[in-house]
Design a protein around this ligand. Sequence first.
Ligand code: NAD
Ligand code: TYD
Length: 358
Amino acid sequence: MEKRADTILVTGGAGFIGSNFILHWLANESANVVNLDKLTYAGNPANLLSASSDRRYKFLQGDICDRDLIAELLITHRPRAIVHFAAESHVDRSIHGPDDFIRTNVNGTFSLLEEAREYWAGLTGAEKDAFRFLHVSTDEVYGSLGPEDAAFTESTRYSPNSPYSASKAASDHLVRAYFHTYGLPVLTTNCSNNYGPFQFPEKLIPLVILHAIGGKPIPVYGDGQNVRDWLFVTDHCEAIRSVLTRGKGGETYNIGGRNEVKNLDVVNSICSALDELRPNDPVMPHAKLITFVTDRPGHDRRYAMNATKIESELGWKPRETFETGIRKTILWYLENDAWIQGVTTGAYRQWMATQYSL
Ligand code: NAD
Ligand code: TYD
């Protein structure tokens, strides 16, 4: 890859949203992509097989906590933007072992900010003006809503409840501080729950699909009445692209699908779709597999995003409804057995045994 080519640096691009973002970017933009990913259990280069032959794409295995590596990478590739996805992302894992969440989400973001600041300070003229650091965050930093509460806005008070959301909140605050203190041109996006292709099957939607087709118990925490605001992953990727192109430095943007669904309704809708698509599965109807299990400690009851700002200021809107998005997602998992076999290996089975005694 040539120096000074138009390039963006993506961190965590081998994960669920990062890989969808890179594929979406290469299909819609001309700039090169350098993907820095540590390849933890959640990182999977197979997500990017279709990008591997694109000469605009380059993969580097490495840790965002490694400051020498980041410094070198910035000097070599001179990106015009950093899009920062790399994180530990699963709430249940953060309850079992928060250390990695603090290391990557807090210290890793700090390392990246420090090196970005140094790099940006050395830029001049148009290159300096154009540079952006886009930090990808979550609605979970705002805490939990009651049934009648208004959806989260960008000015809702931070109130994180899990080690995961607390670590993301800490990283959001660092990003904010780098704008106010040093003038680093940052953008922060806080998005609701994503679903779609390439999501690791420790998260609710892919886990339910795989358990339903495999005739395994479908674990629903507590009473199943917790509400999440679901967004199809490509809609999130488009929102990030809009913020990167048109967002105002120092601003935060909430992203959500206005698709509030109770967990039990999510599970039932997947089961009904599979009844139609897979009538010969081992257990029919699939909903017979629903099993209520002990609730997650500190389980947030409801998330809902008010996405008015990004809609009105940047003209973004989700394309998928929950009905269309979940259908696409189910079909993707049914058609990608090789990918599923690749990710449900030793480490995955170990996690399932720890979390569910399955
Ligand atoms: P993921 O767990 O699927 O992927 C995370 C990626 O980061 C993996 O490829 C992993 O290898 C990489 N990574 C982890 N630690 C690293 C390190 N120290 N250095 C370099 N790479 C490292 O996560 P995701 O669901 O794709 O989420 C991506 C981002 O979006 C996260 O910051 C998350 O907080 C945020 N987010 C996720 C959701 C969601 O519903 N999944 C919603 C809103 C925001
Ligand atoms: P998850 O996909 O882990 O996302 P998050 O915790 O970030 O919202 O979980 C989505 C919802 O589904 C959440 O309320 C917890 C619940 N859940 C279950 O009921 N059973 C499960 O096995 C999992 C993984 C999640």
